[in-house]
Design a protein around this ligand. Sequence first.
Ligand code: LLP
Length: 435
Amino acid sequence: MHHFHYVGQKLHCEDVALDAVAGLHGTPTYVYSARTIEDNYRRLISSLAGLDVQLCYAMKANSNLAILRLFSNLGSAFDLVSGGELRRVLAAGGATKRSVFAGVGKTEAEIKLALESGIYGFHVESEPELARINHVAGRLGVKAPVAIRINPDVDAKTHAKITTGKSENKFGIPLKAAAAAYEAAARFPHLAIRGVQMHIGSQLTSAAPFIEAVQKVVPFVEQLKQLYGIAYFSIGGGIGIVYQDALASGDAAWWNAKPEGERPLTPEAYGAALKPLLAPLGLRILLEPGRFMVGNAGVLLSRVEYLKRGQGRNFLVVDAAMNDLVRPAMYDAYHEIVPVVRDTGRPALKADVVGPICESGDCFAKDRTLQTLGEGELVAFMSAGAYGYTMASRYNTRPAAAEVLVSGSRFELVNARETFETMLAGEKIPAFLKS
Ligand code: LLP
C-alpha cells in the first residue's frame, strides 16, 4: 500500500499534486512519500511483535539523507555496504551502534571507520575477511563484532541478477563450511562472535523461500547460540513489492479483493510465517529490508519531449533515461507509467516509452498502452523509490535528478538537481595536452 493516488484528474503524493512539484523543481525528479515509508516500517515491525526485532534498513535501496533521517526517527538502524554509506548514516544522525556492515569486499579503511563508529556487527563473507577484520581491530586495540553470512543454497525464484542465496553466488559461506568458519573466527584474538546472517535474494513475492531458508539454518543457529553465545540472527531482506499494478495497489481494497493464493507477499504474511520459526531461538532478530520499505514510496516524474509516430511503432520520448532509472535496461524490470494529469476522454496510445540516451537499451517500456500524451505533459514511473536514484549514473553527461520528500501537504527538495559545474569538478586537462 502507498499514498500515490488521483485526486480528481491529478496524481497526488499524499496531499501534494505532482504537477506542482514538477512545476517548481523541474523533471526528471524523484518524489518520495514519507507516510508510505512510515506505514511500511510499522506494518513490518508489528508483524513480528513479541520478538526482539531490530530493523536495519538496507540503505542501498535509497540513501538520500532525508530518507535516512526518517528511518532513524522511526527507530531503524541500517544495513550498509561501504564506507560511503557509513558516512551517510553519520551525516544523517543515524545509529551506527545498531547498524551492520555487509559486502564481500570491505577494505581496511572501511573496516577501520566502522570500528571507530562502533558498528554493531560486520557481516563477514569469507575467511580472508575474518583475518583482515582481526588485523585492523588488533591495530586499534579493540574486539570487532562479527557475524558470518551463511549461504543456505535456497532458490529464491527471482531474477538471476538479484538472487544471492544459491551456492553459485559470490555471497556468504556455504552452510556445510560455516561451522569451520566460526571455529576460525573464534581463534582470532580480536574478533567477538556476535551473530549469524543470511540473505537469499531480492523481490521475493512469496513466503515459501524465506521459510525454507530459515528452516534450513535454524538448527545451525541453535548450535551457534550454545557454542558462542551469539546475540542475533539476521534474516536479511528481500520482501518483494508490486510493480505491475503499482498504482492500484496503493489501495487496501486491491489487496482485499485478491484471493489468498494470488496475493503478493505482505509484511503480515511474512511475519506470520516466520515468527513461529524464530521465536524459539530467543535471539534478537535483525531484518534488512530495502525495496519493501521504499520501493512503492517513490515515483520518478518525467516530462514528455516528443511523441514520435513511426512506421508501425510509436515512441514516447521522455526526459528521464536509463541513467536516472536503470532497472528496465538492466533487469528488464517493469515499471508502471501513468499520466500525472489524467484525461479519460483521450484515445489510448500504444508506444515504446524511451529516454533520450543514444542506446536502444534506453527503453522503459515496449508496446505500452497509455493515454495519448504530447510534448510537455508529465508522466510518473511508479515503484521507483528503491534502486532508482541510488543506481543512477551520469551517462551522456546527464546530471543526477532532483529528489523531493512529501509529508502530508508539505514537500521539500531533499537533493538539488546536479549541475554541470559539480559534474565536472574533479576533471582537468593535463598540462601535457595544453601545449
Ligand atoms: N541485505 C543484503 C545482504 C542484501 O544483499 C540486500 C540486497 C538487502 C539486504 C536488501 O534487499 P531488498 O530487501 O531490497 O530486496 N538493484 C536490484 C536489487 C539488488 C539487491 C541487492 N541486495 C534491483 O533493482 O532490483
